[in-house]
Write a protein that binds this ligand. Structure first.
Ligand code: KG4
Ligand code: ZN
Length: 318
């Protein structure tokens, strides 16, 4: 990144997870180890800069799987030590939100304060963003994340990992009114998805007992109905938070913000509510390097560098 503009955004493939039907922590950290040097080399090549030209090194401190974080943190420290360049730690979830502030002529940026619905495989939050360094979590999930609700349902339907994009794909061919899944009942701006996943489990079990081909014959309709339940639930909470806080700058972020049903429904709701909506480019939805760079850039400008004693954090309190 240079002055908030992305020079390259290399994302290593996540093929290792497909083989195991999910993220196996040990496999994930080994894949990080194998991919990290080639990814850096490719990034420098694509950006057309030498490593000596770099001013600062940003890395993900957490939250996440500690083994994978350890690889990134150790590598960043090694680079910092050998190049004598400052280190900047980044909070992964905040980085998803800050991807909206990347300089790009083709993308409008939200103005502060804005609300961001951050929906990923590990988190589901509604965040009030006052500035890059001032964010408040208004609500979050009490159990599973929205991405897990997609991935676990996909697994029940016999689809490979990660199932979110596949549910999205089959949903586009289905009828969302065909089946009914229960909308989770949870107060305030909070979320819960574990009951929804369980309802999918019983729904499939009961119907397959009557017709062994039920899933294959109804895959599009099941995916469309289930996806719509998640999207409606997310937007119902987002709408409430926007109304109560009188905010009309509304963004979505994280892997699930790639979901075509959510993107469409947000646009429609935004027009109705008089919101200005901000939907990330696809490459900035799921985990990516650019979002870590922009988050690190703001911290670097604020003088928030860290020492070589920094350690990964699996969890981060607000
Ligand atoms: O942000 P992300 O790449 O990683 C985490 O920080 O967790 O999000 C990954 C999650 C996975 O659960 C994946 O299934 C989901 O985002 N996802 C989607 C779509 N693309 C990715 N879920 C629904 N529809 C999609 N198109
Ligand atoms: Zn993420």
């Amino acid at each position: 990144m240079r002055d908030g503009k992305i020079l390259s955004n290399i994302v290593a493939g996540q093929e290792a997870h497909k083989q195991f039907g999910g993220v196996v922590p040990e496999m994930a950290s080994r894949a990080h180890l194998q991919n990290i040097v080639p990814s850096l080399n490719l990034a420098l090549l694509e950006a057309n800069i030498s490593i000596q030209e770099i001013d600062a090194i940003a890395f993900t401190q957490g939250p996440g799987l500690v083994g994978s974080l350890m690889v990134g943190v150790s590598f960043a420290k090694g680079l910092s030590l050998s190049l004598q360049k400052p280190l900047v730690s980044v909070n992964h979830i905040q980085a998803h939100v800050l991807a909206h502030l990347i300089e790009d002529e083709k993308q409008l940026k939200p103005t502060f304060p804005f609300l961001c619905l951050t929906v990923s495989g590990g988190h589901t939050q509604i965040v009030l963003v006052n500035s890059p360094s001032d964010m408040h979590i208004l609500g979050q999930t009490n159990d599973d994340a929205a991405g897990e609700a997609f991935d676990k349902a996909a697994k029940i339907l016999g689809l490979p990992y990660p199932g979110g994009p596949l549910i999205d794909k089959y949903a586009q061919m289905g009828n969302a009114d065909k089946f009914k899944f229960p909308t989770p009942q949870i107060p305030d701006y909070n979320f819960s998805f574990s009951g929804l996943k369980t309802s999918m489990l019983y729904f499939v079990r009961d119907n397959v007992a009557k017709n062994p081909d039920f899933v294959v014959e109804n895959l599009g309709d099941i995916c469309a109905s289930y996806q719509r339940t998640i999207v409606d639930f997310l937007l119902m909470k987002l709408r409430r938070a926007a109304k109560d806080n009188r905010i009309n700058q509304i963004a979505i972020a994280g892997g699930v913000s790639a979901n075509s049903g959510l993107r469409k429904a947000l646009t429609v709701l935004g027009e109705k509510e008089g919101w200005e909506t901000f939907i990330p480019k696809f490459e900035y939805c799921t985990d990516n390097a650019a979002m870590i760079a922009i988050a690190g850039y703001f911290r670097y400008l604020d003088g928030e560098t860290c020492g070589l004693d920094v350690t990964p954090l699996a969890r981060i309190a607000e």
